[in-house]
Design a protein around this ligand. Structure first.
Ligand SMILES: NC(=O)c1ccc[n+]([C@@H]2O[C@H](COP(=O)([O-])OP(=O)(O)OC[C@H]3O[C@@H](n4cnc5c(N)ncnc54)[C@H](O)[C@@H]3O)[C@@H](O)[C@H]2O)c1
Length: 352
């Protein structure tokens, strides 16, 4: 087992190791004062791992409840959130109890937001079951739900009490979902570590999952430690996400988040090469790695559609947007751009 310690407004450990799910109760006992734990999971994940989580929690004497939500981004809504809060209140959860987010980023974001707001904030523990959640969404304390007008429009910064990451749980993940996680893994290499990017080119992800997760979590830990509230450096984690979110929105979420991030990274890197900000070789290596991981690198949506979809992006403020521009493999910068320049960037990225 590896432990990565995160120092933010709350200190906590990210535990990474095979078989850790059976130690969930022990971990919850060690980092909270809870008497009741509520396991919150999607309707695909709960039948796979819910019982094991509950057994482990009950074994340390916790009163244990479960709450199952429908799976999918389309349920990361105020309605699902409201229903969960009513359940917590009906079951008389108190401020010292704990929520367990057992699932991918959708479950983690929704549970985290419920934890941030129920009785003005209670503890929650993240148990990521997707690669994306393991390397990204479970760490750092961004929690949110979507509105019909855009993703993650309502949320809070609220750090978990612990993150328990058991790579065994990813064995049941559909291949497409695993690939989505690899897009975020490539993102870490691209934005901050040429050596890590090279290791992905040489050894891939699957055969050394634990190492890959640890490296990504350490990188995220460093970034969050410096800028928990996303006012500066943390924005580099949005590499590929502005254009990616636009692609996701245009597809009405039929294109998965990780696929959209891969497309977004490809578009922005193509544009950076055309502007002379990034060498051609970096783009060639990025495209080759994304394709090797089975990820898309282009889109048929037009510049008008994508530009309109950027309207609710949180990286926009007034008439400017902050975009992450790759300068080479392992290096990027944040650039504030006026909206017409963003549109031009889409065109340079190869969008018609
Ligand atoms: N908070 C953050 O910092 C942050 C960062 C990145 C992404 N996100 C959010 O994360 C979400 C995407 O997360 P995701 O990619 O994990 O998607 P997800 O949570 O929708 O999970 C993907 C699918 O896989 C299924 N699943 C999950 N684990 C499984 C397992 N072990 N076995 C079988 N099936 C399993 C789920 O039921 C779901 O259908 C988006 O809402 C995005 O906005 C948040």
């Amino acid at each position: 087992m590896t432990t990565v310690h995160v120092s933010a407004s709350r200190e906590y450990d990210v535990l990474i190791g095979r078989g850790l799910l059976d130690r969930l109760g022990e971990v919850v006992k060690s980092c909270t004062k809870a008497q009741t734990a509520v396991v919150i999971a999607g309707d695909r994940v709960f039948p796979l791992y819910g019982a094991r989580a509950m057994v482990s929690l009950e074994a340390v004497g916790l009163r244990t409840l479960s709450y199952v939500i429908p799976h999918g981004e389309q349920h990361k809504t105020l309605e699902t959130y409201g229903a969960l809060l009513r359940f917590l209140s009906e079951k008389r959860l108190t401020r010292t109890d704990v929520l367990i987010a057992l699932g991918g980023g959708v479950t983690g974001d929704l549970t985290g937001f419920a934890a941030a707001t129920y009785q003005r904030g209670i503890d929650f523990v993240q148990v990521p079951t997707t690669l994306l959640a393991a390397v990204d969404s479970s760490v750092g304390g961004k929690t949110a739900v979507d509105l019909p007008t855009g993703k993650n429009q309502v949320g809070a910064f609220w750090q978990p009490a612990a993150v328990l990451c058991d790579p065994e749980l990813m064995k049941t993940l559909p291949e497409d979902e695993f690939r989505c996680g690899t897009a975020e893994v490539v993102k870490y290499g691209m934005l901050g570590s040429a050596a890590f990017f090279e290791s992905l080119e040489q050894h891939g992800v699957k055969d050394r999952l634990e190492d890959v997760i640890r490296t990504c979590v350490e990188m995220k830990r460093d970034i969050v430690g410096e800028d928990e509230y996303d006012r500066g450096r943390r924005q580099v984690l949005n590499l590929g996400h502005s254009f990616g979110h636009a692609v996701e929105a245009c597809s009405r979420f039929t294109i998965l988040h990780g696929q959209a991030v891969a497309i977004g990274m490809a578009l922005i890197t193509r544009a950076a090469v055309k502007r002379g900000d990034c060498p051609q070789d970096a783009l060639d290596r990025l495209l080759a790695l994304l394709e090797r991981f089975g990820l898309p690198t282009g889109t048929d949506y037009g510049a008008d559609e994508l530009f309109a979809a950027l309207g609710t992006d949180k990286k926009r403020s007034g008439s400017t947007m902050h975009l992450v521009i790759p300068e080479d493999i392992g290096r990027c910068r944040i650039e504030a751009m006026l909206l017409p320049a963003v549109r031009e960037l889409l065109r340079l990225g190869g969008v018609k």
